[in-house]
Design a protein around this ligand. Structure first.
Ligand code: GCW
Length: 665
């Protein structure tokens, strides 16, 4: 067993009477989603019991004998969209929902209970998704490579062709099983062949894929090249206010939707890191997004427009320009100008998926625009799926952040759930961590982020621990020791990673372009706007009112707290302030001592994680044990590299020795 189906690898459940008693499924399999729901249930029961259940139409449903012996899938008003109820009735379990997706999600919820061998008697629950859009974004290129991909090659593309095969189906099943209802299959950096995805050349395969996705309730999306009319050689401008350009898009969208009617819409990266956009023509992002939104409105399509827009040609000597401000500065003044089918997709922080950043100030800034939160489970800056870094605790903190945009219902979670402003086009997206590796995510434990992300969008009130336990139970079964150990590893992993890498919210300090491994000055004299500004006296970026003013972009009380060195939370201190190494943190330690202590602690945490995992020899599949111990050995060594480079760098800069006299080079 190598987890070829990740958490959907069901096995026989000897002696699990609850599943063994189930002999009938009653359902009307009158659509693709309903057929798949029945198939999922039947296959799972067959795997659990070794025996096929009988599938009958709902009208044939008979009163049971008292014991649970059937499962009925019933469409009936009662739950909000995509929600479901599971309850026991007349000797059967009923999965009830007002729409098909709800049925499918209810079916998976029920299967998961059986997979964990929980008792079904007396079951009675109702679940409704918090976020309307629960999406994954793949940064897969048509040549088969994956930008920031750490689990092998793409399973969507190879040699500029589109792949549709068994893995497409397993992928769709995996996503649906955790409530994902949208997927963008290609990289936001749309170049070369990918520009042609909106042309006849690729329509057949794309339609096929969109149909498979739809059968699992997943809306199919693509990334779009803003300059397509020019790059396809048809126009010499992509000016959004040029009527000829708008007309070109209208015509193109008609062709695209005729061929791929199930297309959900497009994700767009414009005017960012070399990608084209409306700035070329002196227009703004509302002009650009609205033009495209108008063109796909007749088909109910969405334009998801990214706010990751900044000057990536900054002079490192320039202390006025602040990359952190750029998203806010570019989009805040456009609030209220976007059409209804436009959603702004905002990264969780103002920089770029660092191990710690403040929450993006557009959350709480924007009040009249559809918003989506973008996170990254690909771990580009958090260990690239070679280190364990369970990110759900971090995402929870981001979601629970109060923006103070209103007196109540003002957290990021409320905003992207549509609670704050009553929006429907909102939700959350994750840059995915999948590839064609046997286990889907390279590191076996990285699958917890994929599973967890979906669960979090559906039920953000779940604790990170609960989600981890669910995933462990599904993947590794019911062994108590296995659960405790893997839970320990997951829950320690993000805090550990934060400790042994860049300190106190400063971020970066990584090898340029690869973004892996320590290089304290890797970005210090570069053009990307990502500096730590360390000298012999102190470290940090002054983003207070007498610096770049970034701290003041937040609503009160955040603005005053972040602006004030005395009040700024420790974990973000160096993001907001330049302070001496001798500055006393809230914890009572000096900054320099904190750097030393956390770096030694972080490594100890990883050592303990590795030690605990070794105790699972023989208790988890051999192959998995081998893969995970191999990666943990690397993580141990690499954490030491981080520790020693960071500690040595700051010891040499500051000349201040470690109070505890530990080895620094
Ligand atoms: O994190 C940076 C990455 C780029 C990525 C970009 C983005 C897809 O280093 O590889 O490009 O963000 O989010 O657009």
């Amino acid at each position: 067993m190598g987890f070829e189906q990740a958490w959907l690898d069901y096995g026989k459940k000897e002696g699990y009477a609850d599943a063994e008693r189930i002999r009938y499924i009653y359902a009307d399999a009158d659509s693709a989603v309903m057929k798949n729901s029945v198939k999922e249930l039947r296959d799972a029961l067959a795997a659990f019991t070794g025996r096929d259940p009988q599938v009958n139409a709902l009208s044939e449903r008979k009163e049971g004998t008292g014991q649970i012996e059937s499962i009925c899938l019933v469409k009936k008003e009662g739950c909000r969209a995509e929600g479901y109820r599971l309850y026991e009735e007349k000797g059967g379990i009923v999965v009830e929902a007002s729409d098909e997706r709800g049925i499918l999600y209810g079916v998976f919820a029920l299967i998961f209970r059986m997979q964990r061998q929980e008792t079904l008697a007396g079951i009675d629950l109702k679940k409704e998704p918090a976020m309307p859009l629960r999406m994954v974004n793949h940064w897969d290129n048509m040549d088969g490579s994956i930008e920031r991909g750490y689990s092998g090659r793409s399973f969507f593309f190879e040699n500029n062709e589109i792949l549709v095969d068994e893995r497409t189906v397993t992928y769709a099943r995996l996503m649906a099983s955790v409530g994902i209802n949208g997927a963008v299959i290609n990289n936001v950096n749309v170049k070369d062949q990918a520009t042609y995805m909106i042309t006849e050349k690729y329509f057949d395969k794309l339609r096929e894929m969109s149909e498979i996705f739809a059968g699992y309730g997943i809306r199919f999306f693509m990334s779009l090249n803003y300059a397509a009319p020019v790059e396809l050689g048809e126009l010499d401008s992509a000016d959004p206010l040029d009527e000829g350009v708008a007309a070109w898009w209208e015509k193109r969208m008609k062709i695209v939707y005729d061929a791929i009617p199930l297309l959900g819409g497009f994700l767009i990266k414009a005017d960012s890191e070399g990608r084209p956009g409306p700035f070329t023509y002196g227009r703004d992002h509302a002009d650009g997004a609205n033009m495209l939104a108008r063109a796909i409105e007749p088909y109910g399509g969405l334009i998801i427009w990214r706010c990751f827009v900044y000057n990536c040609r900054q002079d490192w000597r320039d202390r006025k320009t602040d990359r952190a401000r750029s998203g806010y500065d570019n989009f805040m003044e456009l609030d209220g100008r976007f059409r209804n089918n436009v959603i702004l997709q905002i990264k969780n922080g103002p920089m770029d998926f660092q191990v710690r950043e403040p929450v993006h100030p557009l959350f709480g800034g924007l009040t009249k625009t559809n918003q989506m939160l973008e996170v990254q489970i690909a771990q580009e800056y958090t260990g690239q799926q070679r280190h364990i870094c369970y990110l759900i605790p971090w995402f929870k903190q981001i979601l629970e952040f109060r923006t103070y945009v209103k007196e109540t219902d003002d957290t990021v979670r409320d905003i992207v759930s549509g609670k704050t402003f009553g929006q429907k086009n909102c939700g959350m997206a994750a840059v995915a961590n999948t590839g064609d590796d046997e286990n889907w995510t390279g590191h076996d434990l990285a699958a917890a982020n994929l599973y967890g992300f979906g669960r979090l969008c559906y039920e953000p009130e779940l604790a990170a621990q609960e989600i981890a336990k669910e995933w462990i139970g599904l993947t590794y079964g019911r062994d108590q020791e296995v659960e405790e150990t893997i839970l320990f590893l997951l829950m320690e992993s993000w805090p550990a990673y934060e400790k042994y890498t860049s300190p106190l919210g400063i971020g970066w300090m990584v090898n340029p372009s690869l973004h892996y491994g320590p290089s304290v000055d890797g970005y210090e004299y570069d053009r990307w706007g990502t500096y730590h500004r360390a000298d012999h006296l102190g470290i940090g970026v002054n983003r207070s009112r007498n610096g770049t003013g970034y701290a003041l972009l937040y609503r009160e009380p955040h603005a005053s707290v972040y602006d004030d060195m005395e009040k700024c939370p420790d974990e973000l201190l160096l993001f907001f302030h330049h302070v001496p190494y001798t500055w006393k943190l809230g914890s009572g330690k000096t900054v320099i001592q904190h750097i030393y202590d956390t770096h030694f602690e972080g490594v100890e945490m990883v050592d303990e994680m590795a030690r605990r995992f070794e105790e699972l020899k023989g208790k988890v599949p051999e192959k998995v044990y081998g893969r995970v111990t191999g990666r943990l050995a690397h993580q141990k060594e690499h954490a030491r590299e981080w520790r020693d480079q960071i500690n040595t760098y700051f010891y040499r800069k500051s000349g201040i020795p470690d109070e505890k006299g530990r080895e620094i080079f």
